[in-house]
Design a protein around this ligand. Structure first.
Ligand SMILES: *Cc1c(COP(=O)(O)O)cnc(C)c1O
Length: 351
């Protein structure tokens, strides 16, 4: 068992020194699984899902957070702070606990999925709920960290991006080449920026000759990059991407333009349909924001994009258990009967 798999495998691409902590919760090395049905229905040669749901706190945020917190500790910080739509706070508080330092999380009140709030709570974060949006929260924590020794661990912290780019490395290492398409949800746009950085660094290192087209998907009610202007009151069921003024806006546009890709939007209906299909046709339970990558791929194929002979990877960013309210809003195939064999058999509709 390696001490810190990402550092040992990708040290040459990471800002690691002898003093950088190797503490790890086992982040990264997530499975790339092949689609069993959706891919062929969409006419793709190969469709894979990168299951970032299997990171220690259930989202890709851990890939960047292990490094951001290690570097904060290395530079003498005794506390970290972040603005969050939920998963950043879950991840920051877990890694702060691992390192024995404090964590402060600033979140929009009432807009955090239940499981994520549970995670920050149990890891001992100081949770500050503001009557405002994620964008307000990010503005506040940036302001605070300019004046105090608390380390900012949002994705504006370059260590987050460097950690997250390892997902692109893993995809290439596993496929032996870059995919043709990389589909990814876009919120604050750190992750699309990180994947693009990973692919281009691997190209510079001579590990791949071609680069994927980057297809990023925002929720229609929170689609500033698609609209070309900030959204002051972003709305979507996909709370992880409910962001009106992405910090890495330029990074997302670069990824789109340099790759010949596209940043597009998908409606909440399209997101929920993809969410349900992933669960019922593929056995993959993700949170709504993650389904935006698949919803976008479906939308673009329905709009006549020719996908035959292509290999696509959809990034499944966060686990479905984080948002039980959305899961339970689906009409269940559920009945209650007395504890009786015949009644249970009858309920199974076998006769
Ligand atoms: C953070 C997050 C996103 C959005 O990533 P950005 O880097 O903010 O674009 C998407 N899905 C999930 C589950 C997330 O936690």
């Amino acid at each position: 068992m390696k001490q810190n798999y990402l550092i040992e495998k990708y040290a040459q691409f990471l800002p690691i020194t002898a003093e950088t902590s190797r503490k790890s919760l086992g982040e990264g090395t997530t499975p790339l699984v092949r689609s069993s049905r959706l891919g062929s229905e969409l006419g793709l040669e190969n469709l894979y899902f990168k299951l970032e749901t299997l990171n220690p706190t259930g989202s890709f945020k851990d890939r960047g957070m292990f490094l951001a917190v290690a570097k904060a500790v290395e530079s003498g910080s005794e506390a970290v702070i972040c603005a969050s739509t939920g998963n950043t706070s879950a991840s920051a508080s877990a890694y702060a606990a691992l390192h024995g330092i404090r964590s402060f999380v600033v979140v929009p009140s009432g807009k955090i999925a239940l499981g994520k709030l549970a995670q920050a709570t149990v890891h001992g974060a100081t949770i500050i709920q503001i009557q405002g949006s994620f964008d307000d929260a990010l503005h506040i924590v940036r302001d605070i960290t300019e004046r105090s020794p608390v380390a900012l661990v949002n994705s504006v912290n370059p260590h987050r991006i460097d950690g997250q780019k390892t997902a692109a490395f893993e995809i290439v290492d596993e496929l032996g080449t870059a995919p043709d398409l990389l589909c990814i949800p876009v919120g604050n746009a750190g992750n699309i920026t990180a994947y693009w950085k990973g692919f281009t660094e691997y190209q510079s290192a001579g590990k791949i000759s071609s680069l994927p087209k980057m297809w990023g998907f925002q929720a229609a009610g929170s689609a500033p990059i698609v609209l070309g202007h900030r959204v002051s009151e972003p709305e979507t069921i996909a709370t992880a991407i409910r962001i009106g003024n992405p910090a890495s806006w330029t990074g997302a546009l670069n990824a789109q333009d340099q790759s010949g890709g596209k940043i597009d939007s998908v409606t909440d209906d399209e997101i929920l349909r993809a969410y349900h299909r992933l669960a019922t046709e593929e056995g993959i339970f993700c949170e709504p924001a993650s389904a935006a990558s698949v919803a976008g791929l479906i939308k673009r194929s329905q709009n006549g994009e020719n996908l035959s002979q292509l290999t696509a990877v959809c990034v499944i960013t966060g686990h479905g258990l984080k948002d039980p309210d959305t899961a339970l809003s689906i009409t269940a195939d559920r009945v209650e009967v007395e504890a009786d064999v015949l009644l249970v058999e009858e309920a199974m509709n076998l006769h």
